[in-house]
Every structure is written in C-alpha cells, then in structure tokens.
Design a protein around this ligand. Structure first.
Ligand SMILES: *Cc1c(COP(=O)(O)O)cnc(C)c1O
Length: 387
C-alpha cells in the first residue's frame, strides 16, 4: 500500500489516539481485554460468509466451519439442542434483535410487539423497518418491564398473538425482565404457549447470566423463542459482531434459495463478515467455562466495590441482581463529559467490564463523582486490589 507521508502520519496519530483511549470506557459495555493476534494474518483474505453456514457455498473463502462451532457453543449455553436450533454470527445486537422480531412477525403476521420503556432504542428501528404494530409498556423503577401493564395492554388490544421483546439486561440499568412471571401472567390471561413469541435481547447479559450461580431465567429451557447477544460487549472484539439463535422450525419459513451462490440464505445481510466468526471462535476456544465464570465473578465484584464506595460517601448507587451496571445519580455535565458518561432520566451508570483488572480507573471516576455530588469522600486506602 503506498500512502503519502502525510497520510502515514495521519494513521500514526490515530494509532496513538487509540492507544491512549483503548481502556477509556467505563460507561459503555465494550470489553477491551481481547487478543486476536493469531488471527491477524487472515486480514489479507476477503473472507465472506454469505448465506447459511450449514450449506456448502461456491464462495470458497468462507469460515463456515468456525461459525458452526460458534453456534454449537451458544446452543449449549442457551439450552437448546443444536439440531433444533439455527442462528448465525451477526453484525451486532441490533441485527440479532431484528432477526428475532422478523421470525416472530412471519409466524404471527398481524401481531403486536410489546416492549418496555427501558428497551434498547434498536427496537424502535426494528418496528419501523418491519412495520410491526407495537406498544410501549411501562417499566418498574428497577428497569424491569411492568408485568401488570404488559398484560393489561395485551388485553386492551385483544391481542391473541403477542410478541414480547424481553430485556435480558437493559442498557441503562442492567435489568432483566422475568420470563417466568411473563409466562405465568400470559397463562392466566388464557394465552396458550403456542400463541405468543418471546425474543430475548441479551446484548450484554447473555454472556453474564450463564456464568452466575443464581441466574434469572434467560434460556430456551426457560421459554424464549430467540436470543440476540453482542460479541463486542462482554466477549470483546475489534469489530462489532454478535450472535442470534432461534428455533430451527421458525427459521425454515424465511429461507430463500439463491442460485447465484448455490446456497440457501436465511440471514438479513447478503455478504457477511467472515472474520468475526473466527474471533468469536477463538474467544470461546481460549477460555474454558470456568474461566468465563471467574471473569464474570470479577466484574460483579468490581460492580459491588463501586457501590460500596458510593454508599460509603452517602451516594445512593445500586445495581440489579447479577448486573455489572452500577446506577447512580447523574453528576454535572463536565464530569459526565470528562468520563464519557451516558445519562438518562437523572441517572448515570458505569459498567465494570473485564478489562478493569483493578480499581484504579474506577477509583478516579468514583472520586470525581463523589466530589462533584458534594458528599464526603471515602476514606483513603479503600482501593480494591487486583483480583
Ligand atoms: C448494546 C445493546 C443493543 C444493541 O447492540 P449492538 O451490538 O450495539 O447493535 C441492544 N440491546 C441492548 C440491551 C444493548 O445494551
């Protein structure tokens, strides 16, 4: 590649910028502790996973074998027999949510989609793109969906085939909508199981709940019909990616035959990233489940550490069960800007992703917030040692 020295300098200064900011994010769920060095050399190939990994394709530079193993891993993780499932590596959580909602709409073409006011904004785009009837449901102070309001709205609408967009870890509060309660309430409203669809938006917590001792319900065994998880959040990757997994029986109705690549396609994109399935594969293969458990435990411990520090200073910080998202009253704008904090409804949050190995960065942020909110500073020496 021949670039002018001016352009080389631009790249060099962006490199320095990235080095400086690689661990900046305390307010976003992107994990930065990954190393895909063994895969770097594949960047010289145009790997393309167009279509279904379960079919052979005329496009030979595909990483379908890796993608199959990734989907095998997630089928086990989310408790569905592999041969009864189908899913693929997506561009991220939004595409996975779209795929799940698309399947639901094909199953129940005139149905209404119910989502809580704490759902991720991707749901708004999906409703527009798929032209699904929709209803926003109130949420509880915890960030969970208001179960009574959900059922009340379904009954008001006389909706016989509700599609429920279930949050498994909301963006702002890390709240998990309880699938068990939703199913009980739907049963009491005399909506049989075969007449509704549950899509789980598990962008972040899909890689947390399988690794804790007492998870809220999140899996196919618990009653979901499809699930979407982001790959660049808890797992970590240099490019956005994710997975979506659904029941094979629901997927077959959207499959189209394409003679151009002589394969079937049931994905949303045409050409698909062939590098990200390899990254997810490497991430899975390089860590046994016990290692994921340890990693998740560490993140949860760090979240609790942050809460303890806030509370010691008289700040009402809290988090949901099994969540690494710590919610606290929003500090002033300069502090939010300095630390890149996202705010919503008078609250802000920090997320203790795995690359925060010790409490250093966390402490700097917490110190600033405590000072800003004008309360007593925690005693010195409260720093948590590396886990
Ligand atoms: C991040 C997030 C998404 C969107 O995921 P992308 O990978 O950014 O497309 C969807 N839902 C929730 C709850 C999220 O936090």
């Amino acid at each position: 590649m021949s670039l002018s020295s001016l352009d080389q300098n631009r790249i060099e200064s962006f490199w320095q910028y990235c080095l400086q900011h690689q661990y900046f994010n305390l307010a976003y769920p992107e994990s930065a502790d990954f190393d895909y060095t063994p895969l770097h050399r594949f960047l010289r190939f145009s790997i393309n996973n167009c279509g279904d990994w379960n079919e052979s394709s005329n496009y030979l530079l595909n990483s379908f074998d890796f993608e199959r193993e990734v989907m095998h891993f997630f089928a086990e993780l989310f408790h569905i027999p592999f041969d009864e499932s189908w899913g693929y590596v997506t561009n991220g959580g939004t595409e996975g949510n779209m795929f799940g909602c698309y399947l639901a709409r094909e199953l129940f073409p005139d149905a209404t989609l119910y989502y809580s006011k704490d759902s991720h904004y991707s749901v708004a785009k999906i409703i527009k793109l798929l032209r699904i009837k929709s209803r926003a449901v109130d949420s509880l102070p915890s960030g969970e969906i208001d179960y009574d309001d959900l059922v009340a709205k379904i009954q008001q609408d006389q909706e016989r085939h509700p599609i429920v967009f279930v949050n498994v870890g909301t963006t702002m509060k890390g709240a998990v909508d309880d699938i068990g309660i939703i199913q009980d309430k739907l049963a009491k409203a005399r909506i049989p199981r075969r007449d509704y669809y549950l899509h789980a938006d598990a962008a972040l917590s899909g890689m947390i709940l399988p690794f804790v001792d007492a998870p809220q319900p999140y899996s196919f065994a618990d009653g979901i019909d499809s699930i979407s998880v982001s790959g660049h959040k808890m797992i970590g990757s240099p490019m956005p990616c994710g997975i979506v997994l659904a029941k094979r029986s629901n997927v077959s109705r959207i499959s189209v035959e394409i003679d151009y690549i002589s394969a079937k396609d049931q994905t949303i994109s045409g050409s698909r990233n062939g590098h990200t399935p390899m990254m997810l594969w490497a991430a899975i293969k390089s860590r046994p489940l016990a290692e994921w458990r340890r990693k998740v435990r560490h993140c949860l411990d760090m979240a609790q550490y942050a809460i303890d520090r806030f509370q010691a200073a008289g700040i009402q910080a809290w988090r949901c069960q099994n969540s690494i998202t710590v919610v606290f009253p929003s500090p002033s704008e300069p502090v939010c800007n300095k630390h890149g904090l996202a705010r919503s409804g008078g609250a802000a949050h920090l997320i203790t992703t795995p690359h925060h190995h010790d409490s250093q960065r966390l402490d700097r942020l917490i110190d600033d917030i405590i000072q800003d909110l004008g309360t007593v500073t925690a005693p010195a020496g409260a720093a948590m040692s590396a886990a």
